[in-house]
Design a protein around this ligand. Structure first.
Ligand code: UDP
Length: 428
């Protein structure tokens, strides 16, 4: 009886509403009839965006790129931000989940035993840390002391909320856990960056949010604390509206990967479009390391903001520059790569940045497109800027560490150290 009544109500709903709703659909389709794509309906969320209201001639010229932009918008929804909860970083939980799930699926839940930790310590791919009784301990030597300091700063801030555990944290640039390694060599090591298709390291927020970033002549103590650079860049960009920026794509950096060569070469052949030069790093020996030219003068992050388009391309691992470039409120030209830090997967092509093919096939076309479509370009710059400004704060980093270590301990560790290892020193 109830089923029948439900059915009747539903039938009534179909009979009454369907003609009205199809009428709405029809009028929507007419109102928003796209001048370039009459096949696909435009959903209500997007119908007023300039990205969806393109004049005919312009669409004919750039149809491939407009279609990519439109698709990106159709597949994107704004992340939820709990403005009342300043310590929330739930947006990034899927990254922690997928990093841990790899180990759970391959080795089982709570598979880390004391024996495995001892094997990892002997293997020496990372620094041994221990949390016991709300105190932090570490092996006495750290290969890069300021990197360890940048890690310890955040762990100490949340130590009261963490259970006892052992951790092996890689402070080298390169990840340590190849998915292609034999199973007995795949250790649950924490690293700041990985190339996702080949490495399974569990990602933590890089030390450089606090200390240990690369040192340059203009930043002799490293590129500096994220909260301080954020403030500077937020001020700089507020004085540099889009229209005052130079209509050119910019890159300065060292040759940490030959993947960067095509940008520098393009700078030489098309100086009207691109200003890209290699600078010196500590490994520089001769002009061969700057592709035959003298090293260029280093340029501060603030001075990057004078340009409308800023290249990001990975070096040895993901480059720390990525987050800074967004805060210029310029368009980030991100050369596609599988190298990530924890926040990379949440930045989307054509929404927050402009994707450049790995082989650079589309770079000239994309730059000409952006020059031709300044409103769209400035809107991508704004969305990328707002994402980093709102979601990548010091609170986010602290919160990510807390979620990471809590879930790491709950999901893949099977034992708790009860006393600190006497070989370790206490970190305050
Ligand atoms: N950098 C800079 N100005 C320069 C050269 C480099 O601000 O003129 C920054 C760059 O953005 C990055 C860091 O210094 O955050 C190291 O850059 P490099 O190219 O040496 O290495 P990467 O880490 O990008 O591979």
């Amino acid at each position: 009886m109830i089923v029948l009544r439900k059915f009747n109500n539903f039938s009534l709903f179909i009979l009454l509403i369907l003609p009205i709703s199809s009428k709405f659909n029809h009028s929507d389709a007419v109102d928003n009839e796209s001048c370039y794509d009459k096949e696909r309906p435009i959903d209500a969320k997007n119908k007023y965006l300039p990205e969806f209201n393109i004049e005919d001639g312009l669409y004919q010229k750039w149809s491939k790129i407009f279609d990519a932009i439109r698709l990106a918008h159709q597949n994107y929804s704004e992340p939820y931000i709990d403005k009342n909860n300043v310590t929330s970083c739930t947006l990034f939980l899927p990254s922690i989940d997928s990093d841990l799930r790899y180990f759970e699926e391959n080795f089982g839940s709570n598979f880390i035993t004391e024996e495995l930790i001892n094997k990892m310590i002997a293997d020496n791919r990372g620094v041994h840390y221990q949390i016991v009784g709300k105190r932090l301990y570490r092996q006495s030597n750290c290969m890069f002391p300021s990197r360890c300091q940048g890690i310890e700063h955040f762990i100490l801030e949340i130590i009261d909320k963490l259970p006892n555990m052992d951790l092996i944290i890689n402070v080298r640039d390169y990840p340590q856990v190849g998915r292609y390694f034999s199973n007995d060599q795949q250790f649950p090591i924490l690293s700041f960056s990985k190339e996702v298709t080949s490495y399974a390291d569990i990602i933590y927020p890089a030390w450089t949010f606090w200390s240990g970033g690369p040192a340059l002549d203009i930043y002799p103590n490293g590129i500096g604390r994220w909260d301080l650079i954020r403030e500077k860049l937020l001020k700089t960009q507020s004085k540099l509206p889009w229209t005052k920026k130079k209509n050119i794509a910019f890159f300065r950096g060292s040759r940490t990967s030959s993947q960067r060569d095509p940008i520098v070469m393009l700078g030489r052949s098309r100086p009207d479009l691109v200003d890209a030069k290699y600078t010196k790093n500590q490994a520089w020996k001769s002009k061969a390391d700057t592709l035959g030219d003298e090293p260029a003068k280093t340029v501060s992050f603030e001075d990057h903001c004078e340009y409308k388009y800023l290249f990001n391309v990975h070096g040895v691992a993901a480059s720390f520059r990525y987050k800074h470039l967004f805060l210029c409120r310029s368009v980030v030209l991100n050369v596609e790569s599988d190298w990530i830090e924890f926040f990379y997967p949440y930045l989307k092509p054509w929404i927050h940045y402009v994707p450049i093919d790995k082989n650079f096939d589309n770079v000239v076309e994309v730059l000409e497109f952006l020059n031709d479509n300044q409103l769209l370009a400035s809107r991508i710059a704004k969305r990328g800027f707002e994402f980093i400004r709102d979601h990548l704060t010091m609170n986010t980093i602290r919160c990510y560490w807390q979620n990471l270590l809590t879930l790491y301990s709950d999901r893949i560790i099977s034992y708790r150290p009860m006393k600190p290892d006497p070989n370790l020193i206490e970190i305050y």
